[in-house]
Design a protein around this ligand. Sequence first.
Ligand code: DGL
Length: 281
Amino acid sequence: MASEKFARSASIGVFDSGLGGLSVLQHIRQTLPHEALIYVADSGFAPYGDKTSAEILERSIAVTDFLLSKHIKALVVACNTATAAAISHLRLHYPDLIIVGMEPGLKPASLLSKTKKVGVLATLSTIQSEKYQGLRAQLSADTGVEFIAQACIGLVDQIEKVEANTDQTRLLLKKYLNPLLAANVDTLVLGCTHYPFVASLVQELTSAHIPHGEPIKLIDTGKPVASRIQRLLVERDLTTSDSDIPRINVYTNGNPEKLKYACTQWIKIPEEKLSISTFSA
Ligand code: DGL
């Protein structure tokens, strides 16, 4: 039986501090092509990674309330930083809503690593969060893997400028990757949803480093999150049977041109399937 509070035809709401969550949206779109999707880029307040937990929580509530005003049936917090700072609060305050968050993929990385050394690229706020520290300590104890965290300050700003492959981005990434390579990591967790948009640059910059005869492996959790939201919707009988492929509604309080570029060029949403608006929550 479909949940009475939510309509099957309602949208799935997805948000991030900016463009990063589009890396998750693309997996949701592939997994659930018939679902209506609303994406909010809180770019006016990006980056979240150098803000306090209280500030990130405030933004997460404001954006969630905006999405709820659009009658969503499920929420994806497509941001590791906002998940760490706000998901417990959101779950407490919206107990009937399906809420799925992001978590750096330490577990899959621990299963793949042969050197037992895993690099974790994330925001400062994620790395300092209790949620991350708890996960790291538990998995280290269980698996013997050493997780070496690297806060990539400035990288989100580069991606927000849609400068995913410029000299400045390259220099920044080199600075963050070199200590991890020197520590002999063989697996890198992309612990921020913006980072999949520099994955090919990370691959290029690490290509000379071949521990155990294999290139460095990158872990992105966008796909498992899309599968999880699908499972939860099926469990509550909330998937839509509409055969049309709906338009994707995207909102920003930043630069709509940059959002349009990222949607059409990075995740290849056809322009006619995209509707871009601004919001001021
Ligand atoms: N994309 C985000 C994350 O997954 C937030 C980055 C930021 O705004 O600093 O952590």
